[in-house]
Design a protein around this ligand. Sequence first.
Ligand code: FES
Length: 160
Amino acid sequence: MMAQSDSGKPDEGARESKVDTGRRWVNLVLGTGIVATIASFIYPAVRYVIPPPVSESSNLSVVAAKVGELKNNAAKVFRFGSEPAILIRTADGNYRAFTAVCTHLGCTVQYRADLHEVWCPCHNGMYDLQGRNVSGPPPRPLAQYQVHIQGEDIVVVRNA
Ligand code: FES
């Protein structure tokens, strides 16, 4: 019901208050639309930059290679969960697997068949075939994984 002044006409103040309320609603609706539009642009970018968390428990075992894929004194880098790992077949035919993330500053290590060692090219770090840091700046050994041969698969397992 509209407020009326003493003269019987609708009150000016009440009319302005109604107009203000209407403006507030329009501003609110427009503001919400703008925020939603901005969010629709930002959300995909944020999802791209921050990948979803990887379930580490589902990455405890991986088929790193097939039997016969690696010659003696050779290696391959493979993905183990969210990180690189390295499978090495030693000169006498045994398998070793380690994280391929250098313990110095996180570069990816590689196998040096000429030296029979694991080498980090970033700062000339060196690890032996037990994963021990033997020269250069790496402060700790590489984490070692278990290797199992299951049929045709070479399976690498990381203890939880
Ligand atoms: S990151 Fe590997 S030696 Fe520096």
